[in-house]
Write a protein that binds this ligand. Sequence first.
Ligand SMILES: *Cc1c(COP(=O)(O)O)cnc(C)c1O
Length: 378
Amino acid sequence: MAATARIIDFLRDRRPEGPCLVVDLEVIADNYKAFTRAMPDTRIFYAVKANPAPEVLKLLADLGSCFDTASVAEIEMALAAGATPERISYGNTIKKERDVARAHQLGISMFAVDCVEEAEKVSRAAPGARVFCRILTDGAGAEWPLSRKFGCDPDMATEVLLHAHALGLKAYGISFHVGSQQTRLGAWDSALAEAKSIFDSLAGHGITLSMVNLGGGFPTKYLKPVPGTATYANAIHDGLAKHFGNAIPETIIEPGRGMVGNAGVIKTEVVLISKKHANDNQRWVYLDIGKFGGLAETMDEAIRYPITTARDGDAKTPCVIAGPTCDSADVLYEKTPYDLPVTLSVGDEVLIEATGAYTTTYASVAFNGFTPLQAYII
Ligand SMILES: *Cc1c(COP(=O)(O)O)cnc(C)c1O
């Protein structure tokens, strides 16, 4: 997604100093509406960590969104944006018991767990709350997979929910996350098959689960085209119908990247262009933003952002792109260099597109004295 006219106008008129993210709220509103149109029976819990700017949360709260949060601070941000506690889930499977207690005091009544130990914490600190159990997925097809850190084996989920029920909690449902920037439409199908078998085994114990939390994973268009929201919705709907037949449960989704990724553009500036030896035909282009300034998802070159300059009509040459800090890990793209204009010069402005998600939240506080990424929400 290229920068919108509103973003281009803002940068031209305001000329903000230093690297900055500019987010167009109209794009987020369109994304929200596309999700609700494509999945009218599914509640949307925006994953706050993707971009927690107060203006973004307020817009989504006003549009009717619910919120997936991972800490007391995120819960407080969602409440401040106008969401009521019933519209907020505490979706982190790793919580301090006193944070669960604080969330419970604030009125939050839905929590994620992935083991009996966490269910025990929730039963003590938020008695009677609803819990959903997160199951592992393999993350295949995701450009930013989530590994084995979250979720339990589906066979264990039955045990976790039975234990939660015995502790007086409401065994409410199953959740999974197919991996972020998931480009494989079939990724939800196998997870839904697992979810159904857990529904069945709980039913065998007289417990009726109500909800499947389909997680995030909805993509943003970076360099390669991705299917649209409606295509994802159809694939998910087919999976639900195939596995749950005419007893489709309540569903929720937790889009982060797919809600805000294409709404933002980072403006950055070329600090230095150099070569490593006299005959080197590869240029090193150093920008005033890098891995520690908000572009952490370039780790292993996982997310490849579209990069544009005012000289894109000129001939291009392969360039390594690096950040400005004194850490040698602060190289954005080297294994697969980017073609940038041969005329690109020090001081030129460079736009890094589709950077609305997972950038401000990943910026370090002041590594080498560089200030955290500035954001303008318009
Ligand atoms: C980060 C996160 C999301 C958002 O994932 P995206 O791939 O950005 O949509 C959703 N749910 C949970 C539990 C998360 O941790």
